[in-house]
Design a protein around this ligand. Structure first.
Ligand code: ATP
Ligand code: MG
Length: 329
């Protein structure tokens, strides 16, 4: 059952800058849905409309039965938001921040304390509650932000760039915590990211968004499968062996790359490997190297947009200005 349905959700900034362009998505109850796109794709704008911070210019969305425009108060009660910019107060202790948010949501004190206790345990912040947030590391701060969005036990949680600015190791720790939140609380999660691995690791389904439009959607596996297969590159020791490799019939595409290297495109490397090895052994081919490349969402993005997904779009002056404004705040 869909818990979020958007219909032609649109945002126009100024006179004619279309940041979100007739977005139609359905998000199922209990799933983790990833919105993936480069800087300026319209992810935050989408989240802001869904969380009733920003009024759509056109279209609407329904969350848990409530319309985001007509029924925004009801929507706010069932959602939790962890915005892209940090919101917790550095001059308060961890626990003070969480209690403050709880009061803001009118959670009775007793229940707030219980919920907070569970959340703090979920993200391993037990030792940090009595410390000032100013002393937190970047990863701890992000974890605190994560649970601050959950103190009122929302049905839907929005995470806008949950690991932005974290180093690789801290990022994968954060993934683990997000997984745990989902498993233990059964909350529906909508997350945005421009890290492909992140969306790949966490999401049940993904929509790739570029210039405010969905250009591809499906499970990460489906999106990768749409690239039709894995690539196996085999290095052999002689020209003669290259000739023999080119006669292999189990691949959808076989190509001589030169330098005694042959590239095979196969449906699934896992499934193909045994018969490939058989062929190599029975044909007496001497292999010096083998490399398997699984399709990534990186490739999916490239395939659908013709562009690589970079962190910064060099020509995009507007998004650079936005970024600077954000930093100054
Ligand atoms: N208040 C605003 N006024 C004018 N233009 C805006 C405003 N907010 C965002 N934009 C523009 O709308 C587009 C989408 O911005 P948005 O912040 O939604 O992108 P994003 O996908 O979240 O990007 P990022 O990955 O950088 O967070 C960008 O080109 C941005 O410059
Ligand atoms: Mg954003």
């Amino acid at each position: 059952m869909a818990i979020i349905t958007t219909s032609d959700l649109t945002k126009v900034y100024g006179r004619d800058f279309v940041a979100v362009d007739h977005l139609n998505i359905e998000i199922e109850k209990g799933e983790v849905f990833g919105l993936l796109g480069p800087n300026g794709a319209g992810k935050t704008t989408t989240i802001k409309m869904l969380t009733t911070v920003l009024k759509p210019s056109g279209g609407t969305a329904v969350i848990d039965g409530h319309d985001i425009i007509r029924d925004s108060l009801a929507v706010r009660k069932v959602i939790g938001v962890v915005p892209q910019d940090l919101t917790t107060d550095e001059d308060l202790k961890g626990i003070e921040n969480l209690m403050m948010v709880s009061r803001f949501y009118n959670v009775p004190e007793e229940r707030a304390r219980e919920t907070i206790k569970e959340l703090v345990r979920l993200v391993d912040l037990e030792g940090a509650m009595q410390r000032y947030v100013r002393q937190y590391s970047g990863g701890m701060r992000k974890r605190l932000e994560l649970i601050a969005g959950l103190v009122h036990s929302p049905k839907v949680l929005f995470l806008d760039e949950p690991t932005l600015g974290l180093d690789v190791q801290t990022r994968s720790q954060m993934w683990k915590h997000i997984e745990e939140v989902r498993e233990n609380l059964g909350v529906t999660i909508i997350l945005t990211s421009h890290y492909l691995e992140e969306v790949d690791a966490l999401s049940d389904r993904v929509a790739i968004i570029d210039h405010g439009k969905i250009i591809a959607s499906g499970t990460p596996a489906e999106l990768k499968a749409s690239l039709r297969g894995d690539v196996i590159t085999i290095t052999v020791s002689s020209e003669n062996d290259v000739e023999k490799m080119l006669e292999y019939r189990g691949a959808t595409e076989v190509k001589d790359l030169g330098g005694n290297r042959v590239r095979l495109k196969v449906q699934s490397a896992d499934r193909e490997m045994a018969s490939l090895m058989n062929y190599i052994v029975s044909s007496g081919i001497s292999v010096t190297g083998i490399n398997v490349q699984k399709p990534s969402l990186d490739q999916v993005f490239l395939e659908y947009t013709g562009r690589e997904m970079k962190d910064e779009e060099p020509g995009d002056f507007r998004s650079m200005m936005m970024r600077m404004r954000r930093l100054r705040r």
